[in-house]
Write a protein that binds this ligand. Structure first.
Ligand code: GLV
Ligand code: MN
Ligand code: MN
Length: 413
């Protein structure tokens, strides 16, 4: 078999993505498939069914991570691993995460139908709860597997309705019995949409990120004093929502104040009791800060934290702050990144060496084995939204690059 001429089946990849997009489909053309929801379960079931059609050994671990291991000629060699995540953002897109799982599946299907054996085993993976939207923080499946996060701490995380992570994992029947623990891995490839505008602006098809921005998440809890809005004078109020409003603007102003490549966002807020005629006495909101420079993010956080404390004091609203996630910026393996870019060029695509602004399980995998990612363009740079889109031919292009990168690594002795 001429390995150089091997290609994935673009139509089959598209069909798989379209089938998956039906699970949790939203009227606006996206998907709503939150981690450990019924939709996540249905999509996992379909993924497992498709794995059963391949000659892979399926393992589900205590975190609900799903692995499919395709044996190699020499199974004492560590496997090449590739995958991503099946969960989505609320009213998210049809490509984020699932493209990397379906891309790796398509690569395995192509190897199988061409009877191609590799030296090393190849493992496909779906990591549990990459998004961190329903259960914060993000990337907990890979985080526990790589030994960075504690399993029981993650099990006790709750969603906005007070549901425990572990209870929901059991409810959807995906708490496996295999201990969640890393094993020696030769390399890890994650195929993903870019989720930003760079590839499109630069008119390139394949991105090979040199790494991922650091990611800091904080949860802010404010206490105020509830009262009737009519008879209560404006003076002397302790309005937790007004305190939050001031703080949110401080976060928004932070990148301009600090300079560099910093981005800072408040994306989630809960206000209690959330009645138009009660002064709010409890607010929770989130802060997300990212940059390539970890120290820069720490300096930014210290500065905005001081602002928060001043505002809280001035408004008489006690504040409590939790650090929910802190992942340093990841620098991928240079050799592997070059392999992605070279594979892309060989296949005839215009490539770009770039940086990932979005977080990925690859950040944690990068700590235990050489890691690289493959990006394809997001139309209009839109992602985490229902209109998230990527051209089918670009999905196919990225999967071909993934296939050839996997093949090369899997034939290394
Ligand atoms: C992951 O989806 C992120 O927030 O970057
Ligand atoms: Mn993703
Ligand atoms: Mn995402």
């Amino acid at each position: 078999m001429d390995l150089e001429g091997l290609r994935i089946n673009g139509e089959r990849l598209r069909n798989s993505l379209e089938e998956m997009a039906k699970i949790g489909a939203t009227p606006g053309g996206g998907v709503h498939r939150l981690a450990l929801s019924d939709e996540d379960k249905t999509a996992r079931d379909l993924f497992v069914k498709w794995l059963e059609d391949l000659a892979v050994e399926i393992t589900i671990d205590e975190m609900g991570n799903i692995f499919g291991n395709r044996p190699g000629k020499n199974n004492s060699l560590s496997p090449v691993m590739s995958g991503s995540h099946i969960d989505s953002q609320p009213k998210g897109g049809r490509f984020d995460g699932i493209l990397g799982v379906m891309g790796a599946l398509e690569a395995l299907r192509s190897l199988d139908e061409n009877n191609i054996e590799t030296e090393r085993p190849i493992t496909i993976v779906d990591w549990t709860n990459e998004e961190g939207s329903r259960f914060a923080p993000a990337m907990v499946g890979s985080g526990v597997w790589t030994g960075v996060l504690d399993r029981d701490w993650v099990y006790d995380r709750t969603d906005i309705n007070g549901k425990r992570f572990e209870d929901e994992l059991i409810r959807i029947s995906y708490q496996g019995s295999t201990p969640v623990r890393k094993w020696p891995t030769h390399v890890y490839y994650e195929y993903h949409i870019e989720q930003g505008p760079i590839l499109e602006n630069e008119k390139r098809i394949i991105g090979g990120p040199k790494g991922i921005l650091c990611l800091h998440w904080y949860d802010i809890f404010l206490e105020g004093e509830a009262n009737q809005v009519g008879p209560t004078p404006m003076e002397g109020r302790h309005d937790a929502l007004c305190a939050a409003a001031e703080m949110i603007l401080k976060v928004n102003e932070l990148p301009q104040r600090m300079g560099g490549d910093l981005v800072a966002t408040v994306g989630e807020i809960q206000n209690y009791p959330n009645s138009r005629n009660i002064i709010p006495d409890k607010v929770h909101f989130t802060v997300d800060i990212r940059s390539w420079d970890d120290d820069h993010v720490m300096a930014a956080w210290e500065s905005v934290r001081e602002d928060f404390e001043n505002i809280a004091r001035q408004r008489g609203c006690p504040i409590r702050i939790e650090e929910t996630l802190r992942v340093d910026h990841a620098v991928f393996d240079e050799k592997l990144v070059n392999r992605v870019l070279t594979s892309g060029k060989k296949l005839g695509y215009l490539t770009l060496h770039m940086i990932s602004g979005a977080g990925h399980d690859a950040s944690y995998m990068n700590r235990i084995c050489p890691t690289a990612m493959i990006f394809v363009p997001s139309i209009g740079g839109r992602s985490h939204v229902e209109v998230e889109d990527t051209r089918w031919e670009d999905c196919e292009a990225g999967a071909n690059v993934l296939l050839h990168a996997i093949l090369q690594s899997a034939n290394e002795r």
